[in-house]
Design a binder for this molecule. Structure first.
Ligand code: SF4
Length: 385
């Protein structure tokens, strides 16, 4: 099997959190023989807002665990493949040099224990940074059961590391992945990343800063509520400075124990993202969300708009003197827009639709929730006609 055949097998069936395949770019790539299937390319958003294409691959699709939702689970009959760290690094660099991708997101099945596979991932990272002097974006998965020193070494070469908790608590994980131990194998490792970032100076790191940390939860098949998911997410944001919790809305895979469980509604994933951002960046608390009796958010409504409809429609906020916290409660206004509004107000009052437009705000979005100089912009609009 040549290395691009292997890459096709290793990238096949990987879930995509954000982004899509760059099929046209890959098809026209002279590096990949035209007979091969396309490797998986996803996008990652950088801190400055730029989006870059990433190769998302496993180092091996052999796995001894039996997670009930996963296409790579032990015993499932399909063609598997394994890269050595050198093969992984060189194949990635071939695609990088052809400008197909700009970064790597490397995960793995678990064959021979998490410690052994972590060594392979760490070796790939070290080859790319030390031997090949690769300076671009690298995101590496931390394996269940990885050792403290392995995690600390990996963090030296990474822009981002992630550990998938998969479920919001041990009871739910037991339904999804009976061979994984929530507290010991996963949660403790996630905590170590934060301990390392808090207690050690990143002097020896290639960028002299520690990587960001993310995790992922599978949404749907364990019967978990949105409240359970959001409570865990909020804990991770506040205690371990987790940059983002990804929500993988479940889709059944044939020949797995969950093949007959219906796919989760993707809108549920969107609502969870919206609510988690409100908890992380907007000062919202659980009391600000409406949960139904079984702990789910309303699928029909954006949770911020829902809050504003209840609290602001009859009590709009004066945009010229609102605090940062109050501004963040208005639909359409996020942390960046708050900065723009603060700068604008230093020079001039916000008093017209044009002023709102200058701030990137639509009167249709914010009009019913604000006052400008004591007057509703909706009312002002009516009189303009
Ligand atoms: S450990 Fe990872 S690759 Fe293996 S079955 Fe579980 S989710 Fe799939």
């Amino acid at each position: 099997m040549n290395r691009f055949e292997k890459l096709s097998l290793l990238t096949e069936n990987m879930d995509v959190e954000e982004g899509e395949k760059l099929e046209t770019a890959i098809k026209s790539c002279p590096v990949i023989p035209s007979t091969e299937k396309l490797p998986m390319v996803t996008y990652a958003k950088m801190s400055g807002g730029k989006t870059i294409p990433l190769l998302k691959s496993l180092i091996t699709s052999v796995c001894e665990k039996n997670c009930k939702y996963c296409s790579f689970r032990a015993g499932r009959d399909f063609r598997r493949a394994t890269f050595t760290p050198d093969e992984m690094a060189n194949t990635f660099l071939d695609l990088y040099q052809k400008k197909i991708i700009e970064g790597l997101f490397l995960s793995s099945g678990i064959a021979g224990g998490g410690v052994r596979i972590q060594d392979k991932i760490n070796e790939t990272a070290e080859i790319l940074r030390m031997k090949k002097n690769f300076g671009g974006y690298l995101h590496f998965k931390i394996m269940p059961g990885a050792e403290f020193d392995q995690i600390q070494n990996l963090m030296k070469w990474s822009d981002r590391v992630s550990i998938n908790l998969e479920a919001p608590n041990p009871e739910r994980l037991n339904i999804l992945a009976p061979k994984k131990n929530f507290s010991d194998e996963l949660f403790t490792r996630l905590k170590w990343v934060d301990v390392i970032r808090k207690n050690k100076a990143p002097n020896q790191n290639w960028k002299r800063k520690w990587p960001s940390l993310t995790t992922q939860l599978v949404v749907g098949p364990s019967g978990e509520s949105d409240l359970e998911i959001l409570k865990t997410s909020d804990y991770l944001f506040k205690n371990f400075n987790v940059a983002r919790v990804y929500f993988m809305t479940f889709t059944p895979v044939v020949d797995t124990p969950f093949e007959n469980i219906p796919a989760e509604n993707p809108i549920r994933g969107n609502r969870l993202y919206q609510a988690s951002f409100l908890l992380r960046d907007y000062g919202f608390t659980f009391e600000d969300f409406e949960f139904n009796p079984i702990g789910h958010l309303n699928l029909e409504k954006d949770p911020k708009k829902n809050w504003a409809d209840i609290h602001l429609k009859n009590n709009p906020i004066e945009i010229n003197c609102a605090s940062k916290e109050e501004l963040l409660r208005i639909p359409g206004i996020g942390p960046k827009r708050v900065e723009l509004i603060s700068k604008f107000r230093k020079h001039k009052k916000i008093q017209s639709e044009d002023d709102l437009k200058t701030l990137g705000l639509s009167i249709h979005q914010v009009g019913e929730f604000i006052l400008m100089n004591g007057r509703s912009p909706i009312y002002q609009l009516k009189w303009t006609f």
